[in-house]
Ligand binder design. Structure first.
Ligand code: CMX
Length: 425
């Protein structure tokens, strides 16, 4: 039986050869040009990063290693993590071996809990998550081996060690944060034999009601948020930090600080907050006309409609579609879910009337919060933490691959506005 390290060792030899050959054959070809407007516009549409774990065509949405997300929504996070890392889904032996590798690293050191307990009680759950990851940085294998003079060829192995350690501990840390921050009682320790999803659900300790259904939702949630190519805020931040050879604890927490922004991962918190405000104002299931009014009130107040729009996508996010189908199957009559699906019926048409908005369609955050709410996670400031547990899979895989391919320091050139003024005249 091969370990993930053996499997990747073989693949990385091939990937290195392939990269050299691509650069040799086509290194001088122009991939993308940058206009002045793009330089001022957050580099939107500039292709200048290589990321092989997934891609997001604007008319299709997430494709992980050439497999569209809709074909992966029945998989487990362990299978997806393996796929992200290796480019192939595991067979049953590989999956058992890989799952065992994850299970044996679950235990969170006591000092992490001590630090979290010492934090102010109103700390945002994302601040607690990032603090926990940074406190754990002293465990970094990469950092220790780098200090001892590790060879460049081995950087990826140490990064993978760090990644496996972080990914396997995150459910316990995230669940512990939930229980501490929202006064749910003592933290619940991980079970040695449970997979990532079952253990996370077990440690959240939400009670026994509809546990299997919630477990299925959580499995799908952890799969759907796992990766979204390399240019979004959290991915690019992670890759930039890790390009300085900062270890994965630094880069992942840096990426998650970006995920904590309302235009990125925090949109799921904002979205449910917005929906609950609407329901409080108009009653259980607002009418179409009432929803139209609230959309325009929100836009006229200069605010964004959370969960709608995307920097890359120009169609309904397949992750949103996956959650919508799940809700229709399991709780079609739930008032919050009904509001989510009724918003989907009207928001795109209203946003189409605003010329500057390039994508009027929902992204994943328009539905994901309502799913967690239904199964008892009612504290919406927690939602981005669940997103982060999932995104750790993709960010880890991206960092491992970049270290394997010796991706250089990321260092684009900035120019001044004076330079641009002279340049355009
Ligand atoms: N509601 C209102 N206005 C919106 C909008 C929305 N949902 N989506 C875009 N716009 C506005 C932008 O704010 C921008 O306005 P200004 O020029 O006045 O700044 C204009 O339309 C053009 O934006 P765009 O090119 O269509 O979109 P961007 O690439 O600049 O931004 C995003 C993308 C996601 C930040 C934006 O659509 C947005 O703010 N959406 C709401 C927040 C959200 O759901 N974020 C989650 C995204 C998914 C994720 O990463 O997790």
């Amino acid at each position: 039986m091969s370990t993930i390290f053996d499997i990747l060792s073989k693949k990385i030899i091939e990937w290195r050869k392939e990269e050299s050959s691509i650069i040799e054959k086509g290194g001088t070809k122009v991939l993308s040009e940058v206009t002045v407007a793009q330089a001022y516009g957050g580099m939107r549409g500039v292709s200048s990063i290589i990321c092989d774990t997934s891609r997001v065509p604007q008319d299709q949405g997430l494709i992980i290693r050439e497999k569209p997300l809709k074909d992966l929504l029945n998989k487990t996070p362990e299978e997806i993590f393996f796929l992200l890392l290796t480019s192939e889904l595991p067979d049953s032996n590989e999956l058992n071996e890989f799952s065992a590798e994850i299970k044996k690293r679950k235990i969170v050191p006591q000092y992490v809990w001590d630090v979290l307990k010492a934090m102010p009680h109103d700390s945002h759950p994302m601040t607690m998550l990032n603090t926990a990851i940074l406190v754990l940085q002293r465990e970094s294998i990469f950092s220790k081996q780098y200090d001892r003079g590790m060879r460049k060829e081995d950087y990826w192995k140490a990064t993978l060690e760090d990644g496996l350690n972080i990914v396997s501990k995150l459910p316990a840390i995230a669940a512990g944060i939930y229980r501490m921050r929202f006064n749910k009682g003592e933290i619940i320790l991980p079970e040695a034999e449970m997979d990532l999803t079952s253990d996370y659900v077990h440690m959240l300790g939400l009670g026994k009601n509809k546990t299997d259904e919630f477990k299925d939702l959580m499995r799908m949630y952890l799969v759907a948020h796992s990766d979204h190519e390399g240019g979004n805020v959290s991915a690019l931040t992670n890759l930039t930090i890790s390009s300085a050879l900062s270890d994965l604890y630094y880069s992942l927490s840096g990426g998650f600080n970006g995920l904590a922004g309302p235009l990125h991962g925090l949109a799921n918190q904002e979205c449910l907050k917005w929906i609950l405000e609407i329901m409080e104002k108009y009653g259980q299931t607002p009418s179409i006309d009432q929803l139209k009014d609230i959309v325009w009130d929100t836009l006229k107040a200069g605010k964004v409609i959370p969960g709608y729009g995307h920097a890359v996508l120009r169609v309904t996010d397949p992750r949103f579609e996956g959650f919508l189908q799940f809700g229709k199957l399991h709780f079609p009559e739930d008032p919050i879910f009904l509001t989510v699906s009724r918003l989907f019926d009207i928001v795109p048409n209203e946003l189409k009337k605003v010329e500057k908005i390039k994508n009027p369609w929902p992204n994943v955050d328009a539905a994901s919060g309502s799913m967690l709410y239904y199964y008892g996670i009612k504290e919406f400031s927690y939602y981005t933490v669940v997103f982060a547990v999932s995104r750790s899979l993709g960010l880890t895989a991206q960092s491992v691959i970049n270290r394997a391919l010796n991706a250089p320091l990321i260092r684009p050139k900035s120019v001044t506005s004076n330079f641009i003024k002279k340049f355009i005249s």
